[in-house]
Design a protein around this ligand. Structure first.
Ligand code: NAP
Length: 172
């Protein structure tokens, strides 16, 4: 099973503020929806309940990470009580692809298990962010490609799509 992280972060590593995304980049939302079209999804409980929750998970199979015993994630959803258990659950469902959708707590704990990573850098500094992308060990990850885009009428900041693969020498 391929395990892929997908995230957007500002130049100062912010991924969230007050439970939501602190920018409007529709091109990145389309990129995300296109990428995650196939496969199983894994999310933290807080991200699931944030604005993204409604659209991303409708009609999808996903596993939600929570410490709560009685959480009902709704149709298509299952719960697991650790990232490791969530990954094991997706594997047991014979998923070929697992998308790690965050947020910050989940990215940090899933990083050791990820094979690759789609990262959108949003070229702005966000003040007062409260959720951050974890520090990446540059030696562990090999940049495969990057595609920069300028800001335009629709997208309020310039942004760059990046794709990294974990170096084969890095153990899980
Ligand atoms: N820019 C992006 O790409 C992106 C993507 C996703 C989210 N976000 C943003 O990130 C922010 C949310 O991130 P967050 O870090 O606050 O929350 P999160 O990672 O989405 O969820 C945290 C919750 O996950 C559960 N959890 C985490 N580790 C666990 C473990 N080891 N065992 C069991 N349960 C565990 C807990 O749920 P319980 O409290 O239910 O026990 C915890 O409160 C929001 O602002 C959101 O908009 C940004």
């Amino acid at each position: 099973m391929q395990i892929s992280i997908i995230a957007a972060k500002s130049d100062n590593n912010v991924i969230g503020k007050a439970g939501g995304l602190p920018w409007s980049i529709p091109a990145d939302e389309r990129f995300l929806m296109e990428k995650i079209r196939h496969g199983y999804l894994l999310t933290g409980r807080k991200s699931f309940e944030s604005n993204q929750g409604g659209t991303l998970f409708a009609g999808r199979q996903f596993v939600l990470i929570t410490r709560r015993q009685d959480y009902d994630p709704g149709p298509g959803g299952s719960i697991a009580h650790s990232v490791e258990a969530g990954i094991a659950y997706a594997r047991a469902q014979q998923a070929e692809q697992l998308w790690i959708l965050g947020g910050a707590e989940i990215y940090r704990q899933a990083l050791p298990y990820a094979d690759d990573m789609y990262l959108t850098e949003i070229h702005t500094q966000i003040e007062d962010g409260d959720a951050f992308f974890p520090a990446i060990e540059p030696a562990d990850w090999e940049e495969q490609w990057r595609v920069p885009h300028p800001a335009d009428a629709e997208n309020e900041h310039a942004y760059t799509f990046l794709y990294y693969r974990k170096r084969p020498s890095v153990s899980h």
